[in-house]
Design a protein around this ligand. Structure first.
Ligand SMILES: C[S@@+](CC[C@H](N)C(=O)[O-])C[C@H]1O[C@@H](n2cnc3c(N)ncnc32)[C@H](O)[C@@H]1O
Length: 363
């Protein structure tokens, strides 16, 4: 009998193509070993966020069973889960987040741990609306805000938070509202862009980058993360390397090229941060939150805030100090608390974290 020719199954390639296929860690329940391995190497598994300074926060918040709290930034829910454990089934916690996409996933994970509506509630909200929430259900015995973006948001190329992966230049924490970073870059004028880069990220090449983007955007519109990274590369292709970098590279053309690539990467990270702060109005909403925070706290209530760059920390520090001087806070952190070296080693995303706290006066 003639053997039938079997068609070979098409080999789709060693490397998965899509983000969801690429990282097994995105399915932590199924690939527990993979997740543990990534964490042991000091990295954050894709689709997850490792909560920062949990022990320090729990110490500052001193949560007792029966109390009522608000986690202003739910994210992956690591801090929320730790705070819920402290309540020991008594009291109530509300967690808010502006990101409807990740919140839904986190809600399912927290419910799966057995926390019902009776003890834990999710609110899709901007934390600057804390006054409305406090009027409805407050005041709170403890409040946490862990600012910025989560690892899940950064790692998802569809959200456009980083130059490291190709995707639409979006950068909105809530993709259902507001304008994208690409739209902002289409219309902004050169001097406003320069100021934005300086103010939000201390970008040393703000003038060069703003000039290049505004001059070339008609010809080469910036729509994706890659477009922006390339524009920054072009803008910095001829700037003089800082002395220290130039000295390290010496006369080697290869080393000089590597040094320039490093310079471009650092500027890109800052430019993405500056745009994210701008389109999400991060300074404005943080300022508003800090102003409204004392009224949302019960007498003796505790607040803890984690910040990730100097612009945020300055706002938190000033607000705590001003309300302390007025006697509204009985006590505040005199100095920032930093993560331990061990934590930074375990979680490279913890490096720039600063924790500040305040306790509301009893009367
Ligand atoms: C660093 S993550 C929080 C991580 C979280 N503590 C955990 O344990 O997984 C910051 C979160 O704050 C949210 N966020 C940022 N600004 C916000 C705002 N103005 N209102 C509400 N949520 C905000 C982001 O969407 C993100 O999910």
């Amino acid at each position: 009998m003639e053997q039938q020719h079997k068609r070979r199954i098409h080999y789709s390639g060693k490397y998965p193509r899509r983000f969801e296929e690429k990282y097994k860690e995105l399915n932590p329940e199924k690939y527990g070993d993979e997740v543990a391995h990534v964490i042991a190497k000091g990295n954050t598994p894709a689709g997850m966020h490792i909560p920062i300074m949990v022990d320090e926060i729990l110490e500052v918040l001193a949560i007792k069973p029966g109390e009522r709290g608000f986690d202003a930034t739910l994210g992956y829910g690591g801090h929320t889960s730790a705070m819920l454990e402290k309540l020991e089934g008594k009291g109530h916690l509300i967690s808010g987040d502006i990101d409807p996409i990740e919140s839904k996933k986190t809600e399912a994970r927290i419910r799966a741990k057995g926390f019902s509506e009776a003890i834990w509630e999710l609110r899709n909200m901007n934390f600057c609306q804390i006054d409305e929430l406090a009027r409805e259900v407050g005041p709170f015995d403890f409040i946490l805000a862990d600012l910025g973006v989560s690892s899940m948001q950064i790692d998802n190329p569809e959200r456009g938070f980083t130059y490291k992966s190709e995707g639409p230049l979006d950068l909105r924490l809530n993709p259902e509202a507001g304008i994208t970073a690409a739209e902002r870059l289409r219309d902004i004028d050169e001097y406003e862009l320069e100021g934005l880069l300086q103010e939000n990220a201390d970008e040393p090449y703000a003038a060069e980058i703003a000039r290049y983007i505004v001059k070339t955007r008609r010809r080469r519109p910036i729509k994706t993360t890659k477009d922006l990274h390339e524009a920054i590369g072009q803008a910095l292709s001829k700037v003089k390397l800082p002395r220290e970098m130039a000295e390290r590279a010496g006369y080697s053309t290869k080393k000089q090229a590597l040094a320039r690539a490093e310079l471009i990467k650092k500027s890109s990270a800052r430019v993405f941060q500056a745009l994210r702060i701008d389109i999400n109005h991060e300074y404005e909403v943080l300022y508003e939150f800090m102003e409204k925070l004392p009224d949302a706290l019960a007498p003796g209530g505790r607040a803890a805030i984690l910040t990730f760059h100097s612009g945020e920390d300055r706002i938190v520090k000033k607000a705590f100090k001003a309300f302390h001087q007025q006697g509204i806070y009985a006590d505040i952190a005199q100095d920032v608390i930093r993560p331990t070296r061990e934590e930074c080693y375990r979680n490279s995303r913890a490096h720039s974290t600063k924790l500040r706290w305040a306790v509301k006066s009893e009367e």
